[in-house]
Design a protein around this ligand. Structure first.
Ligand code: KE4
Length: 426
């Protein structure tokens, strides 16, 4: 069933650390051999052993309309003929910036980069440069990419591998990273009063997806906004996952909350390496070459990445019903899984927001990192492999969100529900 993946994983290990170019792909927390993919179309992945999978990762978010979406493929093919990079400004970058600013609230200027990590790293540097303060607050279980400052009590792969502090991140860097539990405003108020006038920013995944999908408690995001206004702290929404996924305007639109800076990634690249950060003019004008907060990138605004992202975002902008269609499919799946898990009779909870969903084998609500880690993540391994064997590709970690793509049919969702029932019966 997985012979070629096994052979390739062995070969990969000779040249690539752990045989993968990103740790979460290694199946370390669920065990077994990572599956090597050969191609994908629509809602389906096809591995090197010709197994087909219903895909609930969507490349960790980007493939919101499904894989190898024809208009994107066509646009890339046509653009590539004109060269793949110039290292000089292009009109397409203006079109992309104009399109994004027209789709999201409250962004006056935006800078393209090549990953979500770069977007978050740059927005933190900008907040520090703008406020002339050094410390910042992040939340346990939230993940903002792998820049040193963020690798403190982070989510995603660090939660998966239980890495609470990362060798190579100096104590000097970590000293400026303040952390507390997500969904706890008192914890933020305590940090702010203890570090009065020293905090440049609060960065938050407004709807976290790196400890599973977690929903903000009523008033939580509004509370962060209020604290930032009172204390002159820059509120950064890391919408690398939620941007253009939960709504065209992301969480700022869905919850009607204004951040000061917003980070994007994933969907805005349509599967190509793209990140971006943007926000209010009075802050963004400190970014080089307008101001002295330096930030740069050889391939920032790369024409192939831009045309892939532009084509996808344009589809989303011109067809806003996609979001309600996707949410309906996600709620349908959630309801079906809840029926099956309830019949099974063991504790579980399913969190869902828009087209993000996560299953936690927990006997109580999962509202932060502590409750996510307290769940029966051992059982998640059994569930993951039971589904994989039946041709359903779930995130290989209980600390990730499922991402639905709009190529999924209701027949795919019914099959996923039925395969879950069969897995629980074995
Ligand atoms: P990248 O540098 O991986 O493009 O983006 C970092 C990032 C920033 N902010 C949020 C909220 C993110 O979720 C991410 C990256 N997400 C992970 C999945 N949880 C990427 C998968 C991986 O690490 O391979």
């Amino acid at each position: 069933m997985y012979e070629n993946s096994k052979r390739l994983f062995e070969r990969a290990g000779k040249y690539i650390p752990g045989g993968v170019n990103s740790p979460v792909r290694a199946f370390k927390s669920v065990g077994g051999t990572p599956i090597f993919m050969k191609k994908a179309k629509g809602a389906y992945l096809f591995d090197v052993d010709d197994n087909r999978y219903i895909d609930y990762i969507a490349s960790w978010g980007p493939m919101i309309l499904g894989h190898a979406y024809d208009p994107i493929i066509k646009a890339i093919q046509e653009k590539a003929i004109e060269s793949t990079s110039f290292g000089a400004p292009t009109e397409l970058e203006i079109d992309m910036a104009e399109l994004i600013i027209g789709m999201v609230p409250n962004v006056d200027l935006i800078r393209m980069v090549s990953s979500g990590t770069e977007a978050c790293m740059s927005s933190l540097r900008l907040a520090r440069g703008f406020t002339q303060k050094n410390k910042f607050i992040k939340f346990e279980g939230c993940y903002h990419g792998h820049a040193d400052s963020f690798l403190v009590k982070a989510g995603s792969g660090l939660a998966t591998f239980d890495i609470q502090s990362v060798p190579g991140v100096t104590s000097g860097v970590a000293a400026d990273t303040l952390t507390c539990a997500y969904n706890d405003l008192h914890a933020v108020e305590n940090l702010v009063s203890h570090h009065k006038n020293k905090i440049a920013a609060i960065i938050v995944e407004p709807v976290p997806g790196n400890m599973g999908c977690i929903l903000p408690k009523a008033g939580y995001l509004e509370g962060l906004r209020k604290i930032c206004d009172e204390e002159k702290i820059v509120l950064i929404f890391d919408e690398v996952m939620t941007g253009f996924r939960l709504a065209a305007g992301g969480v700022q639109e869905k919850y009607n909350i204004q951040a000061d800076l917003v980070c994007y990634g994933k969907v805005i690249g349509g599967g190509l390496p793209v990140g971006a950060f943007g926000g209010k003019q009075k802050i963004m004008e400190h970014i080089s070459p307008l101001g002295n907060v330096y930030q740069a990138g050889t391939l920032s605004g790369n024409p192939i990445a831009m045309i892939a992202g532009y084509t996808l975002l344009k589809e989303l902008k011109d067809n806003p019903l996609i979001y309600s269609e996707l949410e309906k499919k996600t709620i349908y799946l959630k309801n079906g899984l809840e029926r099956v898990f309830s019949d099974w009779g063991n504790p579980f909870v399913i969190n869902q927001s828009g087209s993000m969903l996560s299953v936690h084998f927990s006997d109580g609500p999962v509202t932060d990192f502590a409750s996510a880690t307290a769940a029966n993540n051992e059982f998640y391994k059994k569930y993951f492999h039971g589904m994989l064997k039946q041709g359903v590709y779930l995130p290989p970690s209980a600390f990730e969100s499922w991402f639905l793509n709009n190529a999924l049919t209701y027949a795919d969702l019914d099959a996923t529900i039925e395969f879950t029932r069969k897995t629980l019966e074995t």
